[in-house]
Design a protein around this ligand. Structure first.
Ligand SMILES: [Mg+2]
Length: 175
């Protein structure tokens, strides 16, 4: 059970993930959660960090696809300035949304990473879909009411995992 909850990587912010590291790992595509991973959950739009990092990805030919449980209108609005493809209503922790995205974009499991701020949705979905799972710190600490219970469970898991937050992707030692 614990393996399902365990992220392969733990990174402080998604913008810390460098194209150079991704290329070394053979990663062509980042699947990213939206709320509290790319954009603060209580804001409609992205920040300058997001813009700068996205430009870096474009320069390096790394694809970014949003895989979110949120509504189509919320996701469409947030990704519009970036012109990002997205999968909304993705139903994480079920792997369905990730697997559909892999199929739609003709991607292999080993060339993608799934990045998100929630163990109970993003990390479980990534692990079930058998793609590399990356946990980031939530952009803001306050929570939407729906995620509070998930966060409480996740905090218990984090305590047991002895998490070290890295700046970029660094493989964790898993026992
Ligand atoms: Mg999130």
């Amino acid at each position: 059970m614990i393996k399902l909850l365990e992220p392969q990587f733990t990174v402080e912010r998604i913008w810390g993930i460098s194209p150079i590291t991704l290329k070394k790992m053979g990663v062509t595509t980042i699947l990213a959660d939206l709320d509290n991973t790319l954009v603060a959950w209580n804001k409609a739009d992205g920040d300058t960090d997001f813009f700068e990092w996205h430009n870096l990805l474009i320069k390096n030919n790394i694809q970014l696809i949003v895989v979110s449980n949120n509504t189509t209108s919320r996701v469409a609005r947030a990704v519009k300035p970036f012109g990002l493809p997205f999968e909304s209503w993705s139903m994480k922790p079920f792997p369905r949304g990730i697997l559909k995205t892999l199929k739609d974009f003709n991607l292999n499991k080993d060339e993608v990473i799934m990045v998100g701020d929630q163990i109970m949705t993003d990390i479980i979905a990534a692990n079930l879909a058998k793609v590399k799972s990356v946990l980031v710190k939530p952009l803001v600490n306050t929570d939407g009411i729906l995620t509070k219970t998930n966060r409480a469970i996740a905090n218990m898991v984090l305590k047991n995992l002895d998490i070290k937050w890295e700046k970029d992707l660094v493989e964790r030692n898993r026992n």
